[in-house]
Write a protein that binds this ligand. Structure first.
Ligand code: ADP
Length: 293
């Protein structure tokens, strides 16, 4: 399975450039799309889902032209948006059955069997007669996956799914997502770096509508080996360190800032060399683009 995005650009009517000549190759499995708010992730997801047009560029999925052959793509597409709108007062079973009917699955008995199978898969079978609007956030997102899997789509687009889930729900949701990526392309758009390191076999970081890094998470992490230095500092020292060093990121640990610094050379002054993580890759990529612009 192959999704090829070539030179995709989109400028909104208000002049915001959301996608800027973006090029990306995506193969079977779970693909992580990381980027800060406003990077263009949702614009890309909506374009891939045929919900919005592009100004220029090409998107090809398994030989289909996504920008032109919209109905063909919709037949093989599952989309899980950031948030569903308001759910009607209707049971999980009835709502899923209704979505399946809308997707053109007309045969009642087969459709109902499929709905039961999907509810089983996402572990909501025992809740099938409950109203969806009473579900917890995690249950709603799992219901969303069931909805996205109707008709066995080969391309699934998932937009920021774990925002607002508690840690237990997030783990359950991620396990489910990981299963669904086995024989299709699943694009997971998120700003949660850990979700990408846990789940994805391939990834891209986008910022300001452009791809700033692309590859296998493990390989991208390896590129930074030996170059990430850590040090706890005092809050009032931050500006001085910022002038002197290339700070990757700073986070609080026990109420005090812990900085990560990028350096090719050995750093003295109580810095410790630490194994890089994906968030170091992420911030290094975002920062170096900001410096270039
Ligand atoms: P992300 O999903 O990474 O947060 P978006 O694709 O939502 O990024 O947004 C990219 C940029 O485009 C942002 O600056 C956003 O404000 C702008 N934008 C998104 N949708 C619209 C729209 N419908 N009209 C105008 N500007 C938009």
């Amino acid at each position: 399975m192959q999704l090829t995005i070539k030179n995709l650009s989109k400028t909104y009517d208000n002049g915001v450039v959301a996608l800027d000549n973006l090029t990306l190759e995506v193969g079977t499995g779970l693909f992580g799309l990381l980027g800060p708010n406003g990077a263009g992730k949702s614009s890309l997801m909506r374009t891939l889902s045929t919900l919005q047009s592009a100004d220029s560029g090409e998107i090809n999925f398994n030989g289909f032209d996504v920008l032109q052959q919209k109905s063909e793509i919709r037949n093989t597409l599952g989309y899980l948006p950031q948030e569903f709108g308001v759910f009607p007062k209707i049971s999980a079973f009835k709502l899923l059955d209704y979505y399946a009917l809308l997707k053109g699955l007309g045969h009642k008995k087969q459709r109902r069997e499929m709905v039961d199978d999907l509810l089983n898969l996402v572990n909501l079978y025992q809740d099938k007669n409950k109203n969806v609007h009473e579900f917890s956030g995690g249950m709603k997102q799992r219901f969303g996956i069931a909805q996205a899997l109707i008709g066995d789509p080969k391309l699934i687009i998932v937009d920021e799914p774990t925002a607002g889930l508690d840690p237990g729900e997030r783990v359950r949701f991620n396990n489910l997502l990981s299963q669904t990526g086995e024989d299709r392309i699943v694009i997971l758009s998120t700003h949660i770096v850990d979700d990408v390191s846990d789940l994805c076999s391939d990834m891209a970081i986008i910022n300001k509508g452009k791809v700033v890094k692309n590859g296998v998470p493990r390989d991208l992490i390896k590129e930074l080996e030996g170059k990430v230095w850590e040090k706890p500092i005092h809050k009032n020292e931050y500006e001085d360190y910022k002038k002197q060093y290339q700070i990757i990121h700073s986070r609080l640990q026990g109420g005090h800032p812990l900085i990560h610094v990028w350096s090719d050379e050995m750093l003295e002054d109580d810095f410790i060399n630490v194994p890089p993580k994906l968030d170091d890759v992420y911030f290094t990529a975002i920062n170096s683009q900001s410096q270039r612009v």
